[in-house]
Design a protein around this ligand. Structure first.
Ligand code: GUN
Ligand code: ZN
Length: 434
């Protein structure tokens, strides 16, 4: 058993859905987090917990620090670590010119494994302990990511991209049969193994024929408990293209729905340009909307309708969508989400923002019984935040009087330097250099 002493903050409910938002979180200015065998043993005020601590339990104490749950990135692309920050194009051209050609090399298992080490290390450096990850078309990319994630004992969700049409010239595409069999192999090897889960990942409707979408649906039927992730309504040209490709479908969402791909474990990346009927259907199906503000601003293609999602009580969580997103940081995703909401007259409170990247993310992934906050028995993925991580933050925090102010200042000014330590299943997985 080990104890961690500092201020502690976590969400116990969705602050915008509770009659009393203050009841949605807990905060102890002098708190204690007790961890045993990778699980949360207790969390509460130090004054109450310290006297009950068995003798000899080490207590790590931190000054000017805040302990929060590990962050959850609901949408990110592993192969795009080599193409992130590619200049000047809109979605479809950007994909064709920079992204898709760059994903081919991940068929080389040892290259993919070396890259997976880099990718996961960067996530841990930013305090992200769970993510839903798109790998490349090559099954080796997913194999490599799962291998490294298993060694790090991460709660990670991932899938190889399915894609059998509309690639750029020279790109080797899959066939629906190959997509099906490669996924099957990965599912049987990795899904439910330790803390890992498989996500069936049809890239997006324009890249998947009907037969490929059917193959995705077949996997879901044959292996209950799988997730699905894809892209939806990111850009008007993309939406028009989907309309041409699937003229008989009512909407872009309806394409996925038609093939049985929209359910409680479906993560719909971006979902920027949804109609009311789409929101209604998403809510009815219990699917998850995954805005990725850093990416949506990078590609310059629209604003997620936070107010509508709230009105329809749809499940929402945030992603970075690196490498259209230009960051791994969920702090940056919160910052950009705030700005995106502001542009629409919706003020995203720091409580809601932290909810979206912790408990909200866990609920979006149907993992709220395992991660997302410090309820007793949950897995101990947590961060020690340095509240004075830069000279200016140290100065600015003196003027942050309330918890709301403190969280907001961190969310607007903090970055990877704020992540002093990252713990995965109770084990130190990253410590900042200085
Ligand atoms: N749509 C299809 N593939 C992609 C991708 O890799 N990134 C983004 N942002 N949108 C996509
Ligand atoms: Zn994406």
């Amino acid at each position: 058993m080990k104890a961690y002493r500092a201020a502690i903050f976590h969400l116990v409910d969705n602050p915008v859905r509770t009659p009393n938002p203050a009841a949605a979180y807990q905060y102890w200015e002098d708190g204690l987090l007790l961890v045993e065998k990778g699980k949360i043993k207790a969390a509460g005020p130090a004054a109450a917990l310290l006297p009950q601590l068995p003798e000899g339990v080490p207590v790590a104490s931190y000054q000017n620090a805040l302990i929060i749950p590990g962050l959850i990135d609901i949408h990110i692309h592993f192969p795009q670590i080599t193409t992130v920050a590619s200049y000047g194009e809109q979605l479809l051209e950007w994909l064709h010119d920079y992204i898709l050609p760059g994903e081919g090399e991940y068929a080389d298992q040892s290259l993919a494994q070396a890259r997976a080490e880099i990718f996961l290390k960067e996530l841990l450096r930013r305090g992200t302990t769970t993510a839903s990850v798109y790998c490349s078309l090559a099954k080796e990319s997913a194999e490599a990511l799962f291998t490294v994630a298993q060694r790090l004992n991460l709660r990670l969700l991932a899938g190889k991209v399915m894609m059998d049409r509309n690639g750029p010239e020279g790109m080797k595409l899959a066939t629906p049969e190959a997509d099906y069999h490669d996924c099957q192999e990965l599912i049987e090897k990795w899904h439910g193994k330790g803390r890992l889960a498989y996500v069936v990942t049809p890239r997006f409707a324009p890249a998947c024929s009907e037969v490929d979408l059917q193959a995705a649906a077949r996997l879901l039927k044959e292996y209950p408990g799988l997730y699905v992730q894809t892209h939806l309504c990111e850009n008007h040209h993309e939406i028009a293209w989907v309309r041409e490709l699937f003229p008989e479908r009512k909407s872009y969402l309806d394409v996925y729905d038609h093939y049985g791909l929209v359910g409680e474990k479906t993560l719909l990346g971006h979902s920027l340009h949804l109609e009311d009927e789409d929101f209604r259907r998403v809510r009815e199906a219990g699917a998850v909307l995954c805005p990725c503000p850093p990416s949506n601003f990078f590609l310059g293609r629209g604003l997620f309708k936070f107010a509508k999602a709230r009105e329809y009580q749809a499940k929402v969580a945030l992603g970075t969508d690196l490498g259209a997103g230009n960051t791994f940081s969920m702090f940056k995703a919160m910052e950009e989400a705030y700005k995106m909401a502001q542009l629409q007259g919706y003020s995203l409170s720091p409580f809601e923002a932290f909810y979206l990247v912790t408990l909200g993310g866990a609920r979006a992934l149907s993992l709220e019984d395992k991660i997302g906050n410090f309820e007793v028995g949950k897995e101990a993925d947590f961060l020690i935040l340095d509240l004075q991580s830069t000279p200016f933050l140290k100065f600015r925090m003196q003027f942050a009087r309330t918890l709301c102010d403190q969280l907001f200042v961190q969310m607007m000014l903090g970055d990877d330097r704020a992540i002093r330590e990252t713990y995965v299943y109770g084990v130190l997985a990253h410590r900042r250099d200085t």
